[in-house]
Structure formats: C-alpha cells, structure tokens
Design a protein around this ligand. Structure first.
Ligand SMILES: [Zn+2]
Length: 267
C-alpha cells in the first residue's frame, strides 16, 4: 500500500515504481553522458561510462536478495523466538515424503517453494503438503537458474503465472521486470536471512553451522529439497533433522508469518 506521498511502501522503503524510475534514469543518464563524451572525441571514456552503467544493473540483478529494483522480504516482524522455515526446489518422490514425515514428527509447519514442472508430475505430493498444513509457494515453472536474471515479461507469465501466494526467484535473482510483475499482483519477492548452502555441495556439518550464524527472531531460513542424495552424501531430511536439533537447542519455534509481517531488511 503506497503512502500519501505515493513512493514509499508499507515499511517506508522506496516502492517498485520509484526504484524503476530512479534506476531507469541512471541507465539513460549513463548513455546520454557517454554520447556527450563521444561528441568531444573521448571514445574510451564513453566506453567506460556505458560499461559502468551496465555493470551497475548487472550487480543489482545478479546479487541474490538485491533490493536495487524493489524491496525483497528478508525477515518478518515478531516478538516471539521464532523463524520461518522455507524449503526450495521440490517436489521429489525420493526426498519430499521423508521431509514431510520429519516435519510431522516435530510438529513443524513450513513453506515449500516448489517448481511447477515437478509438481505437475507429482500431484499426490502436493496434496500431502497441503493436507498436512504446509504452505505451497511458487519457485517458477522450470527453475531457469542460469537465465532468470535476464527474464522478460513474457517469460515471467510462463514461469510465474497467476494466483501465486508467495514467490521466490531462482537463486534469489530478481530483475526490473520481476519486481514490476510481482508488484502488479500485490507481491514482492521472498528472500531469506540465513541459508546453509545445501543447494550446492556443502559438507553436512557446515550447513547447520552456516544457519546457526544468522539465527535471529524473525529470520527466514532456507534449505533445499530434491537434490541427488547419493552424489551429495546426505539427504534433505538429514539437514532438516540437524536443523530441528539446532532450533531446539537455541529455543526457536517455526511459524509461517502473514504477508503483512514481512520486512525488507536483514535481521
Ligand atoms: Zn531454487
């Protein structure tokens, strides 16, 4: 909801439209300045200006959780000792059932940021996730992690679609168009405060150690589902069990916060 000034969001941060105008202005200014420099015959200077402008845009796009083009939810407001457990990249018939068993055993609700292509193939897992009280959230249709940074509006229609309750970009990269697309649907990207880097080959003990460093009330915790267990040497349920032990040791509960409690800053 914009304020009366119309350019700040609920938490007083610049909204997507304002950031679009600002960053668009910087892009135009960089190119006008380069054209002016060319007029004086300084070709190398013009090249440096154009490259610097493009690098600025690339930095804002490729940096996970970047807020250059719009705010990203990285924490949530709470007075309790609680965190939001989010699980990316499912579903998978080899790993998701064990995760669900473990969540049930610990009485924990989580949000599953699922990949549409995988859920289409396993509707029975989606039914189970929903019936056991977890949140189903959108993590694109095909998880195009190598190209999503350059996604155009027509790609987003296919990858995000409509009717999404919560959305997280692959590798947390949200460009100009992603922010605009989500804003029109009353959403903003969900990022994270802490992750164990279990989406890549991180040794098991380091995964929870990484998460431990960033645990705070209101933290958004990110772990992964659906990877190759044999190659990784551990399963998503192993990481979940380690995490449950850690949270218990530190006195944390898990919750799924309402959209109104999400905050665009680090814990
Ligand atoms: Zn992912």
């Amino acid at each position: 909801m914009p304020s009366s000034l119309g350019y700040r969001d609920q938490q007083g941060h610049l909204d997507v439209l304002m950031r679009t105008r600002l960053t668009g202005g910087i892009l135009l200014l960089g190119h006008f300045a380069a054209a002016a420099v060319v007029a004086y015959g300084y070709y190398l200077g013009a090249l440096v200006l154009v490259l610097a402008t493009h690098c600025f845009f690339l930095w804002g796009t490729l940096r996970p959780n970047s807020s250059l083009f719009g705010s990203v939810a990285k924490t949530f407001l709470t007075k309790q000792q609680e965190v939001w457990l989010t699980i990316d990249d499912g579903v998978c018939p080899k790993t998701t059932p064990a995760l669900l068993d473990s969540l049930k055993k610990h009485g924990v609700r989580a949000s599953f940021f699922v990949v549409g292509r995988k859920t289409d193939a396993h509707p029975e897992l989606m039914e189970r996730i929903a019936s056991e009280g977890h949140q189903i959230a959108n993590h694109t249709q095909t998880h195009p992690h190598a190209s999503f940074w350059a996604a155009f509006p027509w790609t987003l229609k296919r990858e995000i679609g409509e009717g999404t309750e919560a959305f997280r970009s692959p590798v947390g990269m949200s460009n100009w168009f992603v922010h605009s697309y989500l804003k029109k649907r009353g959403l903003r990207p969900i990022g994270w405060s802490v992750r164990g880097l279990d989406g890549i080959a991180t040794p098991r003990a380091e995964v929870t150690a990484n998460i431990d460093k960033g645990l705070r009330p209101g933290a958004i915790v990110l772990i992964h589902d659906g990877y190759d267990v044999e190659r990784r040497g551990y399963a998503p349920v192993d990481i979940l069990e380690d995490l449950m032990q850690l949270l218990e040791k530190r006195g944390y509960q898990c919750t799924i916060p309402p959209k109104s409690a999400l905050l665009p800053r680090e814990a």
